[in-house]
Design a protein around this ligand. Sequence first.
Ligand SMILES: Nc1ncnc2c1ncn2[C@@H]1O[C@H](COP(=O)(O)OP(=O)(O)OP(=O)(O)O)[C@@H](O)[C@H]1O
Ligand SMILES: [Mg+2]
Length: 240
Amino acid sequence: MTSPTIAIPVPRTDDALHLEAVSVVVRDGREPRTVLDGVTLDVARGHLVAVMGPSGAGKSTLVDVASGLVLPTHGWVSVLGRHPTSARTAWWAARRRDTVGIVHQRLNLLGGLTATDNVALALELLGHRRGRARSEARSCLDRVGAGHVASTEADRLSVGEQQRVAIARAIAGDRPVLLADEPAAALDRTAADEVTALLGDLAREGRAVLLVTHDSQQASWADRTILLRDGRIAGEVGPT
Ligand SMILES: Nc1ncnc2c1ncn2[C@@H]1O[C@H](COP(=O)(O)OP(=O)(O)OP(=O)(O)O)[C@@H](O)[C@H]1O
Ligand SMILES: [Mg+2]
């Protein structure tokens, strides 16, 4: 069933994030199930790329594979033109600290900690000392319009505020790749537009931003929109 291992080509160096013919096959009970099927995608710095598709299309799995939380069964993923050839799990753990920030579909904030401490923790994992981590955390919160809730515990924040804190955490440490999985799903139209505009601004500052959404209005903020269906790229809109 499994295809022979082939030599991994040298990744393109101009893409901050590149997926090449990525397939993810999972075990669903006894049966293998293809969740992503030959997906090739690149996101350059300065670009906001949206991924749309129905529930179950594989969008969150795409985010997981782009951040090394799930390793591809076939194909490969590179960030900043580099990819792991061995010790893939450790390599990706390091990239999630220094290169790839993720806003998960379930935000995964630590509810009992303040907004500042949630962001500072990501920086302490990068080796920043506590004082510096906290001051940079506050400037990240300012950057995303959440400075006013810096001292508030995460579980007391509104969903929109939590979303901004999660984005602040994902950009802390100047990580150049930002993956956001349905960041505005629980927000009203105005708040959703604000968050999506913020992602556009973060892209224009030079980051490569991948936005998963099933809202075509949010996708309209993107430079390109990829349509995912049954784990395959079914179409592409843009660049505009
Ligand atoms: N480890 C796994 N084991 C079994 N099935 C899985 C696994 N990971 C993903 N799947 C299945 O793959 C499909 C795609 O899941 P995924 O979460 O990527 O979809 P999605 O497009 O993000 O959906 P939604 O819009 O609801 O968030 C789903 O049917 C899911 O149940
Ligand atoms: Mg999902």
